[in-house]
Write a protein that binds this ligand. Sequence first.
Ligand code: GNR
Ligand code: NI
Length: 181
Amino acid sequence: MALLPILEYPDPRLRTKALPVTVFDAALQRRIDDLFETMYAAPGIGLAATQVDWHQRLIVIDVSEQSDQREVFINPQILSREGQALGEEGCLSVPGIYDDVQRAERVRVRAQDATGKVIERDLEGILAVCLQHEMDHLEGRLFVDYLSELKRQRIRKKLDKERRERAAGRGGGASKRAPSL
Ligand code: GNR
Ligand code: NI
């Protein structure tokens, strides 16, 4: 198993459109295991392969309290959507940023499992939100794309500043104070 580095906004690789998974083998199962390990360590409730620079249509999710209900969606397609709900989202690729996004309340999804078997599920609540968020990653979309250009610009500046400060801290130069909120 391996912990993988997660790409961060505005990395252009996050804009890649993922390709369908066609081979359901042991290597795919290892990738799924690595995605779960990386997601749990982050910690997050979902992870799309795009976020670790794998451009395959592969998503892992676990929204359970105990982190013991693994859900894998390969080559997912939304068959139908119902309702609309506004909810606060975050993203491991946009660390520390949270904002409201409108999503369908319920979705019916067709996908494949790790063995290639086709499954259909009706999802609602946080699981439905998370699936839609992860499916956006596979298309190269991020939740910040739904915000205003002004907000995105502020987010890019904040993340840039944090990265510069982390780099300065590790470089052994004059260390900087934590950003004041
Ligand atoms: O961990 C995550 N939490 C979350 C909260 C609200 C809506 C979506 C998410 S997904 C996110 C992990 C992530 O970035 N997946 O791509
Ligand atoms: Ni995300």
